[in-house]
Design a protein around this ligand. Structure first.
Ligand code: HEM
Length: 404
């Protein structure tokens, strides 16, 4: 078995460009790849579908709760106050805390709430297309893929539109820091401002409740249990972040994949009944979350003959699993009518994406509307000019200029 160079920089633009070819080799030759992160920590990345699925379902060897694993490291990330306000959510919790938190939040963030958003999502998508339809061109990330999900989650939580740019800055500072711990200190003012913003929003809703998701979360309870103040603000922050940094990539990467595969785009344009399988295939093909959020080894163990130590960072590579030929026929081919498609773009196990129904609905509506209303959509410039954003966890484009 080959061992790959631990210096491979998973966040570099170069890596992002060649990642799928590298994953092909890693799956075959070095399925648990050892790497050293820019801040010096050791990390292990699994790339095979079966290992990815097993890791996502294994809450014993792998923990999400850094506070219980290593209180010193937890304390060194950010001042305690910000950590309290922002990291007490389900995605940083193991059972039984996770079970409790997810049950309470699921009482407020329900499939029915998502269904009710359908006409609003259509209105938002159409409004964005109205703004650019006459212009003949747009930058599809800034003009369409980014604003749509933030307008949707912003409306659900009751956040005024004029504050959306602030949220954008705070959450992209967070993602930069999650990719590289060295950036944590630089990002501290953004965390502080984000925490204060959410606190003020909660205080205001406590005084004057509305019918939005923020008020529903304040009220939500399960078996008599409610979210604590820290859990409430952390949950709202998680929903804002998830609403911001993921669906934008599904829509942006989706448009890009269609432009790369014009025959598939035409197939969908001519047969709108493909919408459901098309969005699933786009989730698989360029997975918006490339690597699941960090886990840590909860104990020492042997993995493919390698010694993983308690506290090592574990990267579970969803994008690679979604191109594993053991599970997908012709994995590098975009096939919008693919039937057998058990992709892991939304994760699996207890942390399976709570927002999946919302993300799916947003992408189905947004991409169908775009293809129907701008039938001649095409890339402006060349494919060589398109750049993936640097960073470990996400796969998304810097810019996507299109004409129509
Ligand atoms: C295309 C869009 C999206 C993708 C690809 C995506 C992907 C994921 C993935 C892979 C996870 C699991 C992470 C892990 O195990 O480390 C996750 C968890 C989560 N996602 Fe999403 N997500 C998307 C959109 C959303 C939206 C729109 C929301 C809500 C507004 C949301 C809310 C959540 C929450 C709350 C969790 C944590 C679940 C838990 O820990 O039990 N996501 N998502």
């Amino acid at each position: 078995m080959t061992t790959f160079d631990t210096g491979l920089d998973l966040s570099s633009p170069d890596f992002k460009r060649n990642a799928y070819a590298i994953y092909n080799r890693l799956r075959r030759e070095d399925p648990v790849f050892e790497t050293i992160l820019p801040d010096g920590r050791k990390a292990w990345m699994c790339t095979r579908y079966d290992d990815v699925l097993a890791a996502l379902k294994d809450n014993e060897r792998f923990t999400k709760n850094l506070q219980s694993l290593s209180p010193e490291e937890y304390d060194s990330v950010l001042p305690r106050k910000e950590m309290e306000l922002l990291s007490n959510h389900m995605l940083s919790a193991d059972p039984p805390d996770h079970t409790r938190l997810r049950a309470i939040v699921s009482r407020a963030f329900t499939p029915q709430l998502v269904d009710h958003m359908e006409p609003d999502i259509r209105r938002i998508a159409d409004g964005l297309i109205d703004r650019i339809a006459e212009k003949g061109s747009m930058e599809a990330i800034a003009d369409f893929a980014f604003p749509l999900p933030i307008l949707v989650i912003g409306q659900m939580l009751g956040i005024p539109e004029e504050d959306h740019m602030l949220l954008k800055k705070w959450s992209s500072d967070f993602i930069a820091a999650a990719n590289d711990r060295n950036k944590m200190k630089e990002a501290a003012p953004s965390f502080q401002a984000f925490g204060q913003y959410i606190q003020a929003m909660i205080a205001e809703r406590r005084k004057s409740p509305r019918s939005d998701l923020t008020s529903l979360l304040i009220d939500a309870h399960d078996s008599g249990d409610r979210l604590s103040a820290a859990e409430l603000s952390s949950t709202i922050w998680l929903l804002i972040l998830a609403g911001h940094e993921t669906t934008v990539n599904l829509i942006g990467n989706g448009i890009f994949a269609l432009l790369e595969n014009p025959d598939q785009m035409r197939l969908w344009q001519n047969d709108p009944s493909l919408t459901i399988t098309a969005v699933e295939e786009l989730l698989r093909y360029y997975s918006p979350v490339e690597i699941a959020t960090a886990r840590w080894a909860g104990r020492d163990f042997d993995w493919y003959g390698k010694n993983v130590n308690r506290g090592d960072v574990i990267f579970v590579n969803l994008a690679s699993a979604n191109r594993d030929p053991e599970h997908f026929g012709h994995p590098d081919r975009l096939d919008l009518s693919r039937k057998k498609n058990k992709h892991v773009a939304f994760g699996s196990g207890i942390h399976f994406c709570l927002g999946a129904p919302l993300a799916r609905l947003e992408a189905q509506i947004a991409l169908s509307a775009l293809l129907q209303r701008l039938p001649n959509i095409r890339l402006e410039g060349t494919f060589d000019e398109i750049r993936w954003r640097p960073g470990i966890l996400m796969r998304g484009l810097e810019r996507l200029p299109v004409a129509f």
